[in-house]
Write a protein that binds this ligand. Sequence first.
Ligand SMILES: Nc1nc2c(ncn2[C@@H]2O[C@H](COP(=O)(O)OP(=O)(O)OP(=O)(O)O)[C@@H](O)[C@H]2O)c(=O)[nH]1
Length: 433
Amino acid sequence: MKALRALRTITATLSPKPHKTPLNPTFLHHFYSAQPQEEDPSHNLNSSDSENGPDSVFDSTHYTVPGLGFETNSQAPQQPTWDEKYREKADDLIFGKDTQKRKLKILEEEEERRRRVLAKALLEAALEAADDEDEEEEEVVVKEEDQKSLSVGIIGAPNAGKSALTNYMVGTKVAAVSRKTNTTTHEVLGVMTKENTQICFFDTPGLMLDKSGYIHKDMKVRVESAWSSVNLYDVLIVIFDVDRHLTRPDQRVIKLIQHMGSQPHPKQKRILCINKVDLVKKKKDLLKAAKQFEDLPGFERYFMISGLKGYGVKDLTQYLMEQAVKRPWDEDPFTLSEEVMKNISLEVVRERLLDHVHQEIPYQIEHRLIDWKELRDGSLRIEQHLITHKLSQRKILVGKNGSKIGRIGIEANEELRSIFKREVHLILQVRLK
Ligand SMILES: Nc1nc2c(ncn2[C@@H]2O[C@H](COP(=O)(O)OP(=O)(O)OP(=O)(O)O)[C@@H](O)[C@H]2O)c(=O)[nH]1
């Protein structure tokens, strides 16, 4: 029954939803351009800002955005760009009649494959939704004396997959995941509450030792305070990218693992997570990597996981649940604290920046939360400024007629709306320092 209900939800999600507001005829213009509607008298944010220009502002109220997945329809079959008639003729002339039949067969097979993939995805989503429903039903008040807690720090080299793993376990986007390194700019708290147990995750920025096992000098102040907090967690997860380790071993990562596993910690359980196993083709290579670190006495357990795909994460979560101790929860399990929400809003925008703006720009801009207001109707007004140091960077970030910042804004706004489960009015302004 639950699965059926879930399937209904999915079907509803897949079919086009009526929009609350009718589709604005100028939507396409606005989708590609962040230029606000001129006829909109409410827009006065940047009209006087001639230096930075009106294109540099994304304001979500100037867009009518359909539900998630508005941009492309990946399920739609690709249409040929040529005229079929001529193509058939040419095929006949060059390859003979048989080609048509073969082509038809290939198309049918392709269609069948697509149908199977879609059916599998639907089934998986239905099961997941049913699981979520089960979890929702379990949301009952737990008395303080029955509560159990665990604090977990995650440490690893930049790009090892700390954020992806945190996101997977917590089930919401807490820290930005990107293909570039050092995206985790703040220590972000993720909270997972199940039954009477609450686990708080601390996603540390890429803490590294240099090749000889010492803390990097150039980042000493930032890093030292992070190192000092490492010992405070009940459990410490040391995570590394096994695919990278097998192809291009990094001495600093090896040092980090050996350093953390050198001896058992009196108050902390340490575990080693061999991450990104999905990328390793030969499984015997995985064993080779595991063997290299198996004798380290400081690690209580080893887990082979893919934080991104979720392989092995269930076992890891189970293990963590078992480590929880009787202690009242630190966080309200049903609401995100405002601090966490603010961080999420920054991380979501940051992640979109990294997706859409290449080169080093995202690392060189100042990204500030300027205003955060909960309005009377329950919606959130969030204003963030992206401050560039060079005109050329500003131009790239804004894009032609504001297309880049517009796209970043629309996507981030949608994502924030789905995470916070309420209307979000996001304003992004690109400024030159
Ligand atoms: N294939 C695969 N990719 C992964 C996995 N975990 C993370 N990634 C990818 O690796 C990249 C880095 O992941 P993050 O989670 O941002 O890494 P991080 O350790 O938080 O990085 P910093 O913030 O730089 O410290 C992203 O592109 C992820 O999608 C995994 O298990 N499998």
